[in-house]
Design a protein around this ligand. Structure first.
Ligand code: ADP
Length: 317
C-alpha cells in the first residue's frame, strides 16, 4: 500500500516546551490509525501540523504527496479535519451548516442538496435536516462535524478525539461511523487517550508520550502478540501439587506461580500460556480428564496498554 501520511523528524517547540520531539511516522493508504497518548502528549500538535494550521520548528510532513508547509492548499484538499472543539456556527440549521462548508470548498450550488442528503444519511441525521445545530445532542453534533469534514470528499480524515465527551451509546455510533468510512476507503488518523476504546476498529496503533513515538504497530500483529502473552489462573479443590505436576509437563505452559507468590489465593496457580484458543480449551479438557478438581479456570486480562507497550518494545519505527 502506498504511504499517504509521512512524518519525518518533526519537532515543535512552544517557547521552552518541546511538544513534539523528532517524531517520524508513516501511514499507508486505507489504514485506520489510532493515535494514542495521555493529555499533553502532543497529539493535537501533530494534527495541527498535518492540517497545515501550525508551522513545525523543524522536520517535514507530507499528506497525499504534498508537503504541509510548501503546498498547504493541496494538503487541505486532501484532508478532512475534525478539531477537538465544535466551532461556532450554532445559529444555522443542520443542512445550512453543511451547505456553508460545501460552498467553502467550491461545490457547485446545484450539486449541494444531493450531496447534503447523502452526507446526512451517512451520519444518520437525515431526520434532523431542518433542526438548528444548537438543538442537537453532543453525539449528533460530533457526527455533523464529521459530515462537515467530508463535504469535499477527502482521501484522509484527521480526527481529534472524535469520541470525547460522548456517552457510551454515542461512542458506539461514532465507532460504527468510522467503520463505515473505513469501508469507503478513507484513510483515518484519529486520536484518543484510551487504547482499549479504539483497538477494535484500528488497523494500527501509534502511542505518543511526551512528544515521542513510543510504540507503533499493526493491530493484528499486536493482537497475535497479546495472545502469545496470555496469563491463565486456575483454582482447584484440595492440594495444588497434582495441578502443578501436570502443568510442568506442558510445553505451552511457562512461568508457573502459586500462592503465596504473586498475590494469589491459596487454592490458585497462575501461568503464562503460549497456545491459541483451541489449545487453551484442550488444556482445560485435559485437566478435567486427569481428575484434577478444577474450581475455576480463567484468563486474566492485563492492561492492554501495558501489554501493547511490552509487545512493541524494540520495534518502534
Ligand atoms: P494532546 O493533544 O496530546 O493533549 P497537545 O498537542 O495539545 O497534546 O499539547 C502538547 C504540549 O504542548 C502540552 O504540554 C501543551 O500544554 C503544549 N501546548 C500546546 N499548544 C500550545 C501553545 N499554543 N502554546 C504553548 N504550549 C502549547
Amino acid at each position: 500500500m502506498p504511504t499517504i501520511i509521512d512524518i519525518q523528524n518533526l519537532t515543535k517547540r512552544y517557547n521552552g516546551l518541546t511538544a513534539l520531539d523528532d517524531l517520524s511516522l508513516s501511514v499507508d493508504e486505507g489504514a485506520v490509525v489510532g493515535f494514542i497518548g495521555p493529555n499533553g502528549a502532543g497529539k493535537t500538535t501533530t494534527m495541527r501540523v498535518l492540517t497545515t494550521l501550525l508551522q513545525p520548528t523543524s522536520g517535514s510532513a507530507w499528506v497525499a504527496g504534498h508537503e504541509v508547509t510548501r503546498e498547504p492548499q493541496a494538503v487541505r484538499r486532501a484532508i478532512g479535519y475534525m478539531p477537538d472543539f465544535f466551532g461556532v456556527y450554532e445559529d444555522m440549521k443542520v443542512w445550512e451548516y453543511l451547505d456553508f462548508f460545501a460552498a467553502c470548498y467550491d461545490t457547485p450550488a446545484a450539486a449541494r442538496p444531493g450531496m447534503i442528503d447523502d452526507l446526512l444519511a451517512l451520519v444518520d441525521l437525515g431526520h434532523k435536516k431542518e433542526t438548528f445545530v444548537e438543538e442537537l445532542s453532543r453525539g449528533m453534533k460530533q457526527r455533523l462535524c464529521l459530515a462537515r469534514t467530508l463535504t469535499h470528499d477527502p482521501q484522509v480524515l484527521i480526527l481529534d478525539e472524535p469520541a470525547s465527551g460522548l456517552d457510551p451509546r454515542a461512542r458506539i455510533e461514532m465507532r460504527e461511523l468510522l467503520r463505515e468510512l473505513k469501508h469507503m476507503g478513507k484513510t483515518i488518523f484519529f486520536s484518543s487517550h484510551i487504547l482499549s476504546e479504539v483497538a477494535d476498529i484500528c488497523t494500527s496503533i501509534a502511542i505518543l508520550e511526551a512528544g515521542q513515538l513510543v510504540a507503533y504497530g499493526d493491530m493484528e500483529e499486536m493482537k497475535r502478540k497479546l495472545r502469545a502473552h496470555r496469563l491463565v489462573q486456575v483454582r482447584v479443590l484440595g492440594s495444588l501439587a497434582p495441578l502443578q505436576e501436570f502443568l510442568l509437563r506442558r510445553p505451552d505452559v511457562h512461568s508457573i506461580a502459586a500462592a503465596p507468590e504473586a498475590d494469589l489465593p491459596r487454592d490458585a496457580v497462575r501461568f503464562d500460556f503460549s497456545g491459541d484458543d483451541d489449545a487453551l480449551s484442550a488444556l482445560l479438557a485435559a485437566l478435567i480428564s486427569q481428575g484434577i478438581p478444577v474450581l475455576s479456570f480463567s484468563e486474566e486480562t492485563g492492561d492492554l496498554e501495558d501489554v501493547f507497550l511490552q509487545a512493541t518494545r524494540g520495534i518502534v519505527r
